[in-house]
Design a protein around this ligand. Structure first.
Ligand SMILES: NC(=O)c1ccc[n+]([C@@H]2O[C@H](COP(=O)([O-])OP(=O)(O)OC[C@H]3O[C@@H](n4cnc5c(N)ncnc54)[C@H](OP(=O)(O)O)[C@@H]3O)[C@@H](O)[C@H]2O)c1
Length: 359
């Protein structure tokens, strides 16, 4: 029996490979194609690339072949959002869910909105940006918690993430600067660093719009931590005296007051001294907390782990968060395919549930 929605997966990186396993397991979805960027993956089986079992879908690097396929939805998880390509998918009648930014296209201006809306109108399709953060902890969670509030003074979203098992050399070393001298990273900012940071600005704008608040501006500040001892992590070496961590603060300001804040602490080592996670924190799970200060004050702590009950089998810190990132997109596919054409954010879609996840 044909499943309801045919899905093309784009990219098999840290998030994409978990998406393949998620599509294959989802009762309403069928993996119908795989587009990759790396030449050496062309012709290989999607299941093999995902580390599961062969699924009979071979990887192609031909965008034209992907565009010609009979597909209901593209699961777009390439390193960067290629808006031209996303528009081509939309125009060709393929809905798009993506973890590669584009959570709140309105933030990028009217031109971006017009381009995406025109492509959606032409193809009678929808586009939805998602993830775990941005995508869940910074938007869905605070918006959902606000249902319980009589008065809100401020909202603070905190993320702690351990990058030791996050195998993305491009993101870890080139963009965030792990393993590189502080002066070099400050002097030669990666061209896409600001784009990635703006993904979090989108979250703050979405929450503000969802709560009916008009922001004056968003402030952003970064602090780097230097590791005296160095380390070797999955994505590469971190020599002593180079960057081992980064903290980033985003604050949505109204009348000089921070109303909505996102505080990220991303580390690859645990020897950066006061104010940074300590060696005893190295076994902690990736964690988010959302605090709403107000009447009443609310806090939700959200952790992911391989298991809270069974002995861990060695997924490490990163895999559970990557699975969450991928599944928020995959679980959204039936909702996005059923939606009216256009940009569909969390402010537009109904509550997305993990339909079919009990298996
Ligand atoms: N919102 C969230 O919670 C969240 C969390 C994690 C990541 N993300 C985002 O999700 C996306 C995927 O992240 P990831 O961790 O999977 O990254 P990744 O491990 O670095 O993999 C990205 C994949 O993109 C493809 N790629 C590499 N270079 C490319 C290029 N120049 N042009 C087009 N595609 C290229 C490759 O696919 P192939 O190997 O198949 O060729 C690569 O494996 C990124 O945009 C990332 O920022 C979001």
């Amino acid at each position: 029996m044909r499943k309801r929605y045919r899905v093309l997966q784009y990219a098999t990186g840290g998030v994409g490979k978990h998406a393949i396993a998620g599509i294959v397991a989802h009762p309403e979805l069928e993996l119908a194609g795989l587009l990759v960027h790396h030449q050496e993956k062309v012709g290989r089986d999607a299941g093999e690339l995902a580390g599961i079992f062969p699924v009979g879908v071979k990887a192609t690097d031909s965008v034209e072949a992907a565009l010609a396929m009979d597909i209901d939805c593209v699961s777009y998880m390439a390193l960067w959002p290629d808006v031209d390509l996303i528009c081509r998918f939309l125009e060709s009648g393929k809905n798009v869910v993506t973890t590669s930014g584009l959570l709140y296209p309105k933030f990028f201006g009217q031109e971006m909105v017009d381009r995406l809306e025109a492509a959606c109108a032409k193809g009678r399709t929808s586009v939805h940006g998602t993830g775990v953060n941005p995508g869940f902890s910074g938007e869905v969670l605070p918006l959902t918690m606000s249902l319980l509030s009589r008065r809100i003074e401020n909202i603070t979203v905190r993320e702690f993430a351990d990058f030791r098992t996050y195998n993305s050399p491009e993101l870890n070393h080139l963009m965030l600067g792990f393993g590189r001298p502080l002066e070099e990273v400050r002097a030669t900012k990666h061209p896409n660093f600001d784009l990635m940071m703006r993904f979090f600005h989108q979250s703050i704008h979405m929450v503000a719009d969802g709560l009916g608040v008009h922001l004056d501006r968003i402030e952003q500040a970064e602090i780097h931590g230097v590791t005296p001892g160095g380390a070797i992590i999955e994505s590469g070496p971190i020599p002593p005296g180079t960057i081992g961590g980064i903290k980033i603060r985003f604050a949505g300001i109204v009348g000089g007051r921070p109303l909505i804040e996102i505080l990220l602490t991303w580390v690859a080592t645990y020897d950066m001294g006061e104010g940074w996670p300590q060696p005893q924190d190295a076994s902690n799970d990736t964690q988010w907390s959302v605090t709403i200060e107000g009447d009443p004050s609310l806090r939700c702590v959200f952790e992911q782990a391989e298991s809270f009950e069974r002995a861990a089998e060695g997924q490490g810190h990163t895999a559970p968060a990557m699975i969450c990132t991928a599944m928020h997109a995959i679980n959204a596919i039936p909702y996005v395919c059923a939606a009216e054409p256009g940009i569909r954010t969390f402010l537009d879609l109904p509550l997305i549930a993990g339909r079919g996840a009990f298996h």
